[in-house]
Design a protein around this ligand. Structure first.
Ligand SMILES: [Zn+2]
Length: 362
């Protein structure tokens, strides 16, 4: 819905029509690239994010971009660095960008290994320019903050040209994650079956279905892709703002298998996927949050199976050396898929997330 407001100068009354959120995202993106996505060949350039500052009046911020196209065929959009402090996906895509040649491809592969490049360069989850969390501001805005402009470019330019999107994440500075791939619940039974099959092809040790309740809801890149009718797999590949080698391997092998599955890289040598364990994220009841400030002492490992009422950890108080630590218990039984990485914690921090098995899919 549009709304309007008015203001007056000395002589004239101006009426200003305010655009709806949908209209703003449909605006022509201000990000641009001289790279021609429709041209056959292997092309390396940048997305150019307009940015004006004290020392950069008419400048742009580079976002590295690789496009490999060979004739007609499906398009895969491969993304990492939505959060700057998650490294497995970034390295996997840099390795793939060097490895893939035009002759390997039937169709098109678009690789963006550092999607929120200001955050990647700073090694932070959110952008240092606007504190924007790229995976919480979709579908974005063409005239918004730098982070919103990136989201808008992805949703309005890249999604419409894509048949499959892989968005590679990990836990970043604040979380350690099991190596996993995830999709959202889908009401269309056929599409959902195809997505389950894709999770098998990707072959992460754990695959899960989420309703997004504990994370970004409708503001994520994945939610926006699904709204646009584009198939997407998100991966969580480690955490702690360091490199998990097993996560890197899962990313590299999984991406190549999905490309081959779509017929985009028919000649690529790939290993068969290992069996994945299908789980689901039942929602907020399966999260454990800190209710106090202090030092978090975890008492369960990532990947561990835990029982309801089992002790999860303690929070040691900083404001009273003789105060008894607060004990925290798991509210449900399940598998620990992520755990807070830093010890220092505050009320509201996510300490654990549990998942449970899904019957009948393996
Ligand atoms: Zn992330």
């Amino acid at each position: 819905m549009s709304s309007s407001r008015s203001f007056s100068s000395k002589r004239t009354k101006f009426k200003v029509r305010e655009k709806s959120h949908m209209e703003r995202t449909m605006d022509k993106s201000r990000i641009w690239t001289p790279l021609d996505f429709s041209k056959d060949g292997k092309w390396v350039d940048w997305l150019r994010l307009p940015y004006s500052s004290d020392i950069l009046a008419y400048g742009w911020i580079p976002i590295p971009l690789v496009c490999i196209k060979n004739g007609e065929g499906p398009t895969a959009l491969l993304l990492a660095g939505s959060h700057g402090d998650e490294y497995e996906g970034q390295i996997a895509l840099l390795n793939l960008a060097r490895r893939l040649d035009v002759a390997d491809v039937r169709g098109r592969v678009v690789i963006i290994p550092a999607l929120n490049s200001p955050a990647v360069l700073r090694g932070t989850r959110v952008s240092p320019l606007d504190h924007g969390n790229l995976n919480r501001c979709f579908p974005g805005s063409a005239h918004g903050t730098p982070t919103e402009m990136i989201a808008q470019y992805v949703s309005s330019v890249l999604f419409p040209m894509s048949d499959i999107v892989l968005d590679l994440h990990s836990g970043g500075r604040s979380l350690d994650y099991v190596c996993s791939a995830l999709i959202h619940q889908n009401d269309d039974a056929d599409e959902f079956r195809q997505m389950i099959e894709l999770l098998r092809v990707f072959g992460a040790p754990i695959s899960f279905v989420t309703n997004g309740e504990g994370g970004g809801g409708n503001t994520t890149l994945a939610a926006s892709a699904e709204k646009a009718g584009v198939r997407i797999i998100t991966a969580e590949l480690g955490g702690g703002s360091t490199l998990c080698h097993s996560g890197l391997k899962v990313a590299e092998e999984g991406v190549c298998r999905v490309l081959k599955h779509f017929g985009i890289t028919p000649r690529l040598n790939t290993k068969d996927p290992k069996a994945t364990r299908f789980m689901k994220d039942p929602g907020k009841d399966y999260f454990v949050y800190a209710l106090n400030d202090g030092i978090f002492e975890p008492l369960a490992e990532v990947g561990q199976e835990v029982r309801a009422d089992q002790i999860a950890g303690r929070i040691h108080m900083l404001d009273g050396p003789t105060k008894k630590p607060i004990e925290i218990y798991f509210p449900k039984s399940g598998k620990v898929v992520c755990r807070r990485h830093p010890a220092l914690t505050s009320c509201g921090d996510c300490l654990f997330n549990l998942m449970i098995d899904v019957e009948g899919w393996s």
